[in-house]
Write a protein that binds this ligand. Structure first.
Ligand SMILES: [Ca+2]
Ligand SMILES: [Ca+2]
Ligand SMILES: [Ca+2]
Length: 563
């Protein structure tokens, strides 16, 4: 009976699907199944069962069954079942060419839908049931004690490898982690846990076995210098500080990890995550929804913040060290930041940082002149900003304010009132150790798309370099679209090539259709740039992301349709 019970929850997700998200966007086409107890394990043949007028759907091991609605087909799993419409015909309307191999011919790009995870709902659904792979088969394929998406070697439900990828390396845009020998898995659940439990199992098993309830109690089981993981139950909410600086990990590739387990929406932590402990190092914060709160770091090296969600507060991710104490090796990847009243992200005194794949929508709504990414001159060096999707939506402010220079590539920054990517300014010096200004910086700015620049009397800019503080580098292959005047204001100290300003019409789209609106149309959307970003946030969750909403997909489209 216990097995059936636990499978029940697994299959609720498998069959219910769309109820686990706070989402205003379109939902997937998989149809809900009704869970029924058919008195298993006695086989009853199924289809004639009066409880299931549309057809009974059984798990592949007969341990579980559910009812499928009429006109659906059962997809059997080892531990559950899904119902899919008998056929989801292609809409019949050929989508505009998405441009990945543009021949000027409108083609349906297909985006073959896995049918498994919640997709954005705006693409054509192929109606093809999903294939069973290592990350959705209910098995612990690599024998590390973690199954399917609870195994951080699974970077999506369609991922075909639970293991085999080195811990700390990138797979499918996500950082894979594997437990080290002796890693301790600690589980916390605000809903089903108790601090009297041992914290060592994900489900409440009785007899003191089960998750802890509070973050503090779970954290208390993590060992300094180890590679222990604190797993937060999906769907649960805590009103306490995560304090991820309490326990430094073993190494950058075997860090102390904070990550979700189970099914449902990302676990919610309604307090900031403070990182202020001296000598803090080797920490990964993954897949946590911080709501209106944020990361507030003043210390740390080898810190990763990946796949987290933020929004509604003053700021989201702040690494703001003392002038004389640099933080180092900070990675901020694949996070979603939905509306902040101040700078969405802010960096002071950081050596070597990677800000990659983040979606930032409407940063600094109160101060029109603040930014999505504010990287000051003060104590910062070695910054790479890459593949971020940013919607500014206001008359001022900067997309990626990268004052210390470095590399900025493959970013999409939309509806810009100030400047998309400025580099080289040094008017935020405040650290006495750094003097009135710093040496001139080197820049590499390439393959960025600045989509839509406002003209508020004096037009905004796509890319701006501040003379005389840029010593050299390259600015090439950048595109400014849908701007009446503003584009590039560069210095003669850098090499430039193929920086362009273009406006509609774009190949295959009606005159007057802005570039991001065209891309939204190509995905089957309504043709609205801002709605594209709302869809993108809905389509991007921890280990459940739609590649059509990545910056590189947008840029590939732009390169194909821009004449
Ligand atoms: Ca598996
Ligand atoms: Ca495993
Ligand atoms: Ca994998």
């Amino acid at each position: 009976m216990r097995r059936l019970f636990s499978l029940f929850f697994l299959s609720l997700w498998a069959c219910g699907g769309s109820s686990d998200r706070d989402s205003s966007g379109p939902r997937p086409t998989r149809l809900d199944a009704q869970i029924v107890d058919l008195g298993l394990p006695t086989p009853d043949g199924g289809l004639s069962n009066p409880e299931c007028p549309g057809g009974e759907c059984r798990a592949a091991d007969d341990s579980f069954a559910c009812c499928c609605p009429a006109a659906t087909t059962c997809q059997r799993w080892l531990n559950g079942c899904d119902c899919f419409p008998d056929s989801v015909p292609d809409s019949g309307v050929e989508l505009p060419d998405a441009g990945f191999d543009d021949q000027g011919v409108a083609v349906d790009v297909g985006f073959p839908d896995s049918g498994v995870r919640a997709d954005s709902g705006v693409r054509a659904d192929s109606g093809v049931p999903p294939s069973i792979g290592q990350c959705n088969d209910g098995l612990d394929n690599d024998a590390d004690g973690l199954t399917d998406l609870d195994d951080l070697g699974c970077t999506s439900r369609e991922d075909t490898s639970e293991g085999g990828v080195a811990s700390g390396t990138i797979e499918n845009e996500w950082t894979v982690f594997e437990p080290a020998p002796g890693s301790r898995m600690v589980y916390v659940s605000q809903s089903i846990g108790s601090d009297a439990n041992d914290g060592l199992s994900p489900q409440a098993l009785g007899g003191g076995r089960g998750p802890k309830a509070t973050l503090a109690a779970g954290r208390g089981l993590l060992r300094a210098g180890g590679s222990d993981w604190l797993r937060l139950r999906r769907g649960d909410t805590w009103n306490e500080n995560l304090r991820p600086d309490a326990v430094s990990g073993l190494s950058q590739t075997e860090p102390t990890i904070y990550a979700p387990y189970g099914t449902g929406p990302e676990p919610r932590v309604n307090r900031e995550a403070t990182l202020s402990a001296a000598n803090l190092r080797n920490v990964a914060i993954l897949g946590i929804d911080f709501g209106a709160n944020g990361i507030n770091a003043t210390r740390g090296s080898n810190i990763l913040v990946e796949g987290c969600r933020f929004g509604g507060g003053s700021g989201a991710i702040y690494f703001q060290g003392p002038f004389n104490l640099s933080m180092s090796n900070i990675s901020v990847r694949n996070n979603v930041i939905n509306s902040t009243t101040d700078n969405a992200t802010y960096f002071v005194s950081v050596t070597n940082a990677l800000l990659e794949g983040n979606i930032i929508y409407r940063p600094s709504t109160v101060n029109a002149n603040n930014h999505a990414m504010y990287i000051t001159r003060t104590g910062n060096s070695g910054f790479v900003t890459r593949k971020n999707l940013i919607f500014m939506g206001k008359p001022g402010g900067m997309g990626i304010m990268q004052r210390p220079g470095g590399t900025s590539e493959y970013n999409v920054i939309a509806d810009v009132g100030g400047t998309g990517i400025p580099m080289g300014e040094c008017n935020d010096d405040g650290g006495p150790a750094f003097g009135p200004c710093h040496p001139a910086v080197s820049v590499t700015i390439r393959n960025n798309l600045i989509a839509g620049i406002r003209n508020n009397g004096s037009p905004g800019l796509g890319i701006f370099l501040k003379a005389p503080y840029v010593a050299g580098g390259t600015v090439q292959d950048n595109l400014v679209s849908d701007s009446s005047q503003g584009d590039f204001q560069l210095t003669n100290t850098v090499a430039t090539a193929n920086n362009r300003r273009r406006s509609a019409p774009y190949t295959g789209f009606p005159p007057g259709t802005p570039l991001l609106a065209a891309y939204h149309l190509s995905l089957g959307g309504s043709g609205n740039a801002e709605t594209f970003f709302l869809d993108a946030m809905n389509a991007h969750h921890f280990h459940d992301a739609n590649p059509a909403y990545q910056a590189t997909a947008v840029i590939a489209f732009a390169e194909a349709v821009v004449p």
